[in-house]
Design a protein around this ligand. Structure first.
Ligand code: HEC
Length: 105
């Protein structure tokens, strides 16, 4: 048994799934950021009741996600959103907003 390009090939179905997973390996951070900004405002600068993401560091955003996921932080909506993303995606999005704030954009 040899490992294929993207892990073990078990059945045709698994291979197809693996191949499509591989081609999506590039995490689409921009797409996720757009989801966040619908509530958190353009560039994470909120003008409404939703807190701004702008001004938070990468670490603060990652920590907030962990707290929401663990139920350690009160949430109306974020507890349902956090489950939708992988660690890698959360890191990427957190870095995006963290960098934005650092640059003072
Ligand atoms: C449907 C609207 C909505 C979307 C989409 C959304 N959020 Fe939120 N977010 C909220 C609300 C509302 C809160 C306040 C906590 C709560 O009630 O859940 C919040 C809180 C947060 C906080 C804590 C802010 C602070 O001041 O500590 C972070 C970090 C956060 N969201 C990040 C994100 C990221 C990153 C995304 C995109 C993956 C995202 N949110 C998508 C509505 C949203």
């Amino acid at each position: 048994m040899s490992a294929g390009r993207c892990g073990l090939s078990v059945t045709i179905v698994a291979v197809v799934l693996l191949v499509s997973a591989c081609s999506r390996q590039e995490v689409n951070i921009d797409g996720i950021v757009n989801t966040c900004t619908t509530c958190h405002g353009p560039d994470g600068k909120s003008s409404g009741a939703v807190p701004s993401l702008y001004g938070l560091s990468e670490e603060e955003i990652v920590r907030a996600f962990e707290d929401f996921a663990m139920g350690e932080r009160e949430s109306t909506i974020m507890d349902r959103i956090v489950g939708a993303y992988s660690d890698e995606e959360i890191r990427g999005v957190a870095k995006y907003f963290g960098d934005l704030s650092k640059q003072g954009k």
